[in-house]
Design a protein around this ligand. Structure first.
Ligand code: SF4
Ligand code: MG
Length: 360
């Protein structure tokens, strides 16, 4: 499939008094049209900052310091921004635009945000204003990007609520966020996200705050919507159970970097990176009636200001090779259809390690 979004060595750093936190430190990934790419990792690994960087939603003292965020635009001569002006199709004539070059207040970025790329977050309630009804939220979202009358937007809103599985949408339209459950609020947020038919939905832990049953229903909804619209998703989660449900491709992050990426089947059945293996081993055993406590990966995620030298995972890695892993930052190696960043999979590094061990 055509690549919609491509991150090329993205780096987003936070400049604190205490030092520089390299939250995202060289992330490359692609999202093909119509596919779901899951970014998975423990909290603090930089997955949310990666997502927010795409849409220029990183607040100071954080900023994108390096890398490219290539977005493939649709050339739609009919399209008008909210001031009625035609929207530029691309920057370089190749149909792509580097979002990292646009300022946060750029009209082009504002146009892309909502029209082309929509986002849903973990806390649906916090994303809505308690002062406005569901109708006001959705009508506003529609009219921000398209020139339609209020009554027409309201009709579209009813249809959108129906699509996201909200019963009696005509009545729900006049509800306030606090009158709805978390699951209903998240459906409304998804309806808002869908209002402009985005080609990419970025979902940052959209089901994490919900109970297990509601979580399953929302995932089911997202899958169905995706099948209907052919929309792509960049799905951020710490939960490998969710990844198994929804991903086509998986990107495993650790300490601001990607350690392994590949098709979901390979990641689950043939994981190569010791961190991916440890994450998989920490999934609670299924089918035992009670939810088991997750086994956790030994050691702690290092403090962000105190990154380890060499491979970022070496202090917690059972396979670490002293004198190599603590010194050398591993390069990416392609193994079958996955990319993995670990010396164990890099013949060159292993050859030099063996040579070192045998005294040569
Ligand atoms: Fe473990 Fe070394 Fe591989 Fe890092 S490079 S994951 S420390 S074996
Ligand atoms: Mg997060």
């Amino acid at each position: 499939a055509e690549v919609l979004l491509e991150l090329e060595d993205l780096r987003t750093h936070f400049f604190l008094k205490e030092g520089v936190v390299r939250s995202v430190d060289g992330v490359s990934l692609t999202v093909p049209a119509g596919k779901t790419v899951c970014v998975v990792g423990e909290s603090g690994c930089g997955k949310s900052v990666t997502a927010r960087s795409i849409l220029g939603l990183v607040d100071p003292p954080g900023r994108v310091v390096d890398g490219k965020i290539w977005w493939r635009r649709t050339a739609d001569p009919e399209r008008r921004d909210r001031r009625g002006r035609g929207v530029p199709a691309d920057q370089n004539g190749d149909g792509r635009i580097d979002l990292s070059t646009l300022g946060p207040r750029s009209d082009t970025l504002r146009d892309i945000r909502g029209n082309d790329i929509a986002m849903v977050f973990q806390e649906p309630m916090a994303s809505m204003s308690p002062m406005y009804t569901v109708a006001q939220h959705i009508v506003e979202a529609i009219r921000l990007h398209r020139r339609v009358s209020r009554s027409q937007a309201r009709e579209e809103a009813v249809e959108l609520l129906r699509r996201v599985g909200i019963p009696r949408p005509e009545v729900r339209l006049d509800a306030y966020p606090f009158q709805m459950s978390g699951g209903m609020c998240q459906r409304v947020m998804i309806a808002i996200a869908l209002a402009c038919n985005p080609r990419l939905l970025i979902a940052d832990e959209p089901t994490t705050a919900l109970d297990v049953t509601t979580q399953a229903r929302i995932l089911e909804l997202l899958r169905r919507l995706q099948a209907d619209n052919g929309m792509a998703m960049l799905f951020i989660t710490h939960d490998l159970g969710v990844v198994a449900e929804i991903a086509d491709e998986v990107v495993v992050m650790y300490l601001g970097t990607v350690v392994e990426q590949g098709p979901v089947d390979d990641i689950f059945h043939r994981p190569r990176h010791p961190y991916t293996k440890a994450l998989l081993a920490s999934i609670p055993a299924m089918g035992r009636g009670s939810r088991q406590r997750m086994a956790s990966i030994r050691g702690q995620v290092p403090h962000p200001l105190n990154r380890p030298s060499g491979c970022p995972f070496h202090p917690r890695c059972d396979s670490a090779i002293p004198g190599l892993c603590d010194v050398k930052d591993p390069a990416f190696v392609t193994v079958d259809s996955t990319r993995v960043r670990c010396v164990l999979h890099d013949p060159e590094s292993m050859a030099s390690a063996n040579a070192g061990a045998s005294g040569g």
